[in-house]
Design a protein around this ligand. Structure first.
Ligand code: 13P
Ligand code: SF4
Length: 354
């Protein structure tokens, strides 16, 4: 069982044996049983920086999902090895934009005569191939904590943005933070000819949003916001920007996982909060802040864990650490050199954002 004291002891022993050779990163959505072994925790932006700041670690064990491990590999040196304890820990949103689909989209934009005005901005939650496409076409990566700065930058480079792959983060940032209207945004559907858009629609748009979404955050609804306000008078609604626009518009606060934590740390005793993000994090925060008299509930009880984040469990972490301690490099995530060079360009543009 995950709480098996024997597994806890084995993880501790393997980590101790590896010493400074290993550095364990944990995303905020990871299980408690895994997070207890993380050397640092963070949102995807912080973890990308933290990975790059550990040149002495031979192994970076990434407790998170595949695109995060790829980004860590891109940002670390060639002799550092990034390990993902379960290779099946992907991200359904990242899988919604493939290299072929995005290349086809670029052809559509070229046909419409607008490709030269378009700057791609890709959410961190994308494959290394999509990051490479972004770098190649003069664009940048963003995360939920710097999406506005990335869009500000992009609109200095060009007149239009192709935002990949999360339509919600793209729309929410454009409308909520940049003063654009919903009419400035169109949605490109990779499953339809020409993305389901006419050349006129493409020419009129400022934001071309890829039709991707998070299967977890996409399930929070306006009803869940209305319900919780009715149930808990005075509640503050705090959601991740991967939620739908109507949910974000009805919320009191919106931000990345790191922002959510900071906001709750600063909240006064006696305050009440409904949080719309992944359940592992919400539960951990509810337990952490209950003794301080802060009441924290999950925005919608019917929404589940992120199943791919949850694939990294203590048995997988123990297996990865013990293998490394025995000299067996398992589950390495390695991006090929050409992809890496262009993806790195896009990631470095993000890291250089003001
Ligand atoms: P953060 O960048 O806020 O950590 O979000 C990552 C993620 O996968 C959200 O679903
Ligand atoms: Fe991907 Fe959503 Fe899971 Fe984040 S919560 S890793 S966006 S599926």
């Amino acid at each position: 069982s995950p709480s098996d004291p024997d597994l806890v002891e084995r993880a501790r022993a393997a980590k101790e044996k590896l010493g400074d050779k290993v550095f364990v990163l944990g995303h905020h959505y990871q299980r408690d049983e895994v997070i207890q072994f993380a050397d640092v925790t963070g949102d995807s932006f912080k973890l990308a920086r933290d990975a790059a700041a550990r040149p002495e670690a031979e192994y970076i064990v990434f407790c998170g999902v595949h695109f995060m491990a790829e980004s860590a590999d891109i940002l670390t040196s060639d002799d550092q090895k990034v390990v993902l304890p379960d290779l099946a820990a992907g991200c359904s949103m990242a899988d919604m934009a493939t290299a072929e689909q995005v290349a086809e989209c670029w052809d559509v934009l070229t046909e419409a005569g607008i490709a030269e005005q378009v700057v791609p901005v890709s959410y961190m939650n994308s494959s290394a191939d999509i990051k490479a496409f972004t770098g190649k076409h003069g664009g940048t990566i963003c995360t939920s904590s710097n999406a506005k700065r990335a869009l500000d930058w992009a609109f200095e480079q060009g007149e239009k943005v192709l935002f990949l792959p999360d339509q919600h983060l793209g729309r929410n940032t454009a409308v909520r933070d940049m003063g654009m209207s919903l009419e400035d945004c169109v949605v490109y559907n990779p499953h339809k000819p020409n993305g389901g858009l006419t050349a006129e629609e493409l020419r009129a748009a400022k934001m071309i949003l890829w039709r991707g979404h998070c299967s977890v955050h996409g399930r929070f609804s306006l009803d869940s916001v209305d319900d919780v306000r009715r149930r808990i008078p005075g509640v503050n609604v705090l959601v991740h920007p991967e939620c739908k626009h109507e949910v974000v518009a009805a919320a009191d606060y919106v931000g990345s996982t790191e922002y959510i934590i900071k906001t709750l740390e600063a909240a006064p005793a006696g305050s009440k909060w409904a949080i719309g993000t992944e359940l592992n994090l919400v539960r951990r925060l509810a337990n952490r802040f209950a003794p301080e008299g802060k009441e924290i509930v999950f925005l919608d009880k019917t929404v589940c864990f992120c199943s791919t984040m949850n694939r990294i469990d203590l048995p997988h972490l123990v297996w990865a650490l013990e293998s490394l301690a025995e000299g067996n490099l398992v589950n390495r995530i390695e991006v090929d050199k050409e992809t890496e060079a262009f993806a790195k360009l896009a990631l470095e543009r993000m890291l250089a954002l003001p």
